[in-house]
Design a protein around this ligand. Structure first.
Ligand code: MF3
Ligand code: CO
Ligand code: CO
Length: 268
């Protein structure tokens, strides 16, 4: 059985604050993503910004021994890439930066993709499809639906576009802990009958591969790559279920301006 916390309005307010900080980091770092910069330097800038400007705590640092403040996953890296001062960005690289901030004991978790210069046609499509798969899920969630509908709509869309969904990592409940119930799968599977309810807080963070879905864990114990070395993309938002949809707690202004999603999604 699942034990999925229902968050109070006071907790939701703290989560909004943490989520705003986490999304601000993704915006802050964008102009620094340029040819020749190292992923270690991008991490250093995020780390410093979280601690010194935001007076927050980078949740990844030391989490199960993770050595850096952020995860930065380049090209064929699916997730949990370790930022490194030896890893210089090249033209055409695609990368995910995943940032989680703790503020006042509550967690805000999000990630997005960046491109160094112009992406090739296939990578551009990969990024568009991965982001749209997240948006489709955000347009689906509301109280009363089963949790496994999230994975269903993501998988259906992604596979129709000729890409694949990673199975081994999922979205997660989050609040005063980094990871809690429920597990939010990005493919269709049994969900033990979990029904979404107002006040549930979780992330949706599909990982989509340009090639096959299989992955491999590298010898560092963290870096996950596609087995076929095809490129992989991921976008992540943290949401709270509302009475008729969801609130996207990590939404960025650029996304609101796009008109494709709103902070408060009414999904009736
Ligand atoms: N932020 C990641 C997530 O979306 C978790 C990273 S855990 C770490 O759940 F240890 F790799 F940092
Ligand atoms: Co994350
Ligand atoms: Co997450």
């Amino acid at each position: 059985m699942k034990n999925i916390p229902i968050r109070s309005e006071a907790e939701i307010e703290k989560l909004r604050v943490a989520c705003k900080l986490a999304s601000d980091v993704l915006v802050m770092i964008e102009p620094h993503v340029k040819e020749g910069v190292t992923t270690g330097e991008l991490d250093r800038l995020c780390h410093q910004y979280i601690e010194e400007v935001q007076q927050g705590i980078p949740a990844c640092l030391g989490y199960h021994g993770f050595p850096k403040a952020t995860c930065i996953s380049l090209n064929e890296v699916v997730c949990h890439g370790i930022p490194s001062h030896d890893k210089k960005l090249k033209k055409g690289d695609i990368l995910n930066i995943d940032v989680t901030v703790i503020k006042d004991g509550y967690y805000g978790d999000n990630s997005k993709m960046y491109v160094v210069g112009e992406p090739n046609v296939k990578d551009k499509r990969l990024l568009e499809v991965t982001q749209e798969s997240l948006y489709i899920a955000l347009r689906t969630v509301k109280p009363g639906i089963r949790l496994n509908q999230i994975g269903k709509v993501i998988q259906q869309y992604v596979e129709k576009q000729g890409f694949s969904v990673v199975r081994e990592y999922c979205g997660h409940g989050i609040g005063d802990q980094f990871h809690c119930d429920p597990q939010v799968l990005h493919y269709f599977s049994d969900d033990e009958g979990v029904i979404l309810q107002e006040g549930m807080v979780f992330t949706i963070e599909p990982m989509v591969n340009a090639g096959k879905k299989e992955i491999r864990l590298m010898a560092d114990g963290w870096t996950v790559k596609t087995k076929d070395r095809s490129h992989s993309a991921q976008y992540e938002h943290q949401i709270v279920i509302t009475k008729d949809g969801c609130e996207i707690m990590t939404i960025r202004d650029e996304e609101i301006a796009s008109g494709r999603i709103q902070r408060v999604m009414k999904n009736s």
